[in-house]
Write a protein that binds this ligand. Structure first.
Ligand SMILES: C[S@@+](CC[C@H](N)C(=O)[O-])C[C@H]1O[C@@H](n2cnc3c(N)ncnc32)[C@H](O)[C@@H]1O
Length: 227
């Protein structure tokens, strides 16, 4: 079997909980987020997994969320993205490669308040040759100054904001409401809710926003499945 054919299918036999998606019944194919990568990109991602398997941290979004973002971003040529919560850089790398395919320079402004996460993900962005497309900054998503910094880097208002910087629901809403009210005028906002059931996420979202964001933008709500 060549690398093209096997790729992420090798993780079906890896019992680590982070590979939960690959253990699901019927998952015996390579999802488009991985099959579209060049061989060099795929090798980089494998090495990223090898390193984080050994030393952590493990907090990345998994195949369903990044696949959704893949369709949203590449289907609409979204070229100005803010990501709140970089962690070790999994979705930052994959989004960076999408932006490179679309030739959308200065396309992703990703922030994390943890200096170790910023250092690690920056190192991987350099290794993936994505410096022209991605900026990683050590900042809090609750800091109002982050919105100005994001706008300056992107050269305009973000078209998409990915909120993935907290597992605390009230903080998450603070992020979104403060962020959107203060300055973000994104067309789409993508919420990820960790470790909460879909039912709770939905009712919380409806109660908090009435299904609309303060600026009238679209709200896409999803959730993560962990372990
Ligand atoms: C779930 S992880 C992000 C996963 C990442 N988006 C991915 O797909 O690989 C959440 C990250 O948010 C960061 N974080 C939590 N609160 C934050 C805040 N107020 N400002 C910035 N980053 C924050 C944490 O340090 C952590 O690295």
């Amino acid at each position: 079997m060549t690398s093209e054919e096997s790729r992420s299918r090798v993780w079906k036999d890896n019992s680590h909980p982070r590979y939960w998606w690959h253990h699901l019944p019927g998952i015996d194919y390579v999802p488009p987020i991985y099959s579209e990568l060049s061989e060099a990109e795929w090798v980089t991602l494998r090495e990223w997994y090898d390193e984080t398997d050994r030393s952590g941290p493990i907090g990345e979004c998994a195949v369903p969320l990044i696949s959704f973002l893949h369709g949203l971003v590449m289907g609409n040529r979204i070229g100005r993205i803010v990501q709140l919560g970089t962690c070790a850089g999994y979705s930052t790398l994959l989004l960076g490669w999408m932006l490179r395919r679309m030739n959308a320079r200065n396309g992703l402004f990703s922030l994390d308040h943890d200096p170790a996460m910023c250092e690690m993900s920056r190192r991987w962005i350099v290794r993936a040759d994505l410096e022209d497309f991605v900026e990683i900054v050590e900042r809090s998503s609750l800091d109002a100054g982050s919105t100005t910094a994001a706008r300056n880097y992107l050269g305009g208002e973000p078209e998409l904001i990915i909120l993935d910087s907290s597992t605390n629901i009230s903080l998450l809403w603070q992020n979104s409401i403060f962020g959107m009210r203060r300055s973000h005028q994104a067309d789409f906002s993508f919420f990820t809710m960790s470790a909460v059931s879909p039912r709770n996420s939905m009712s919380h979202a409806k109660a908090a926003s009435g299904g609309r964001l303060p600026n009238g933008g679209k709200c896409i709500l999803t959730w993560k499945r962990f372990r």
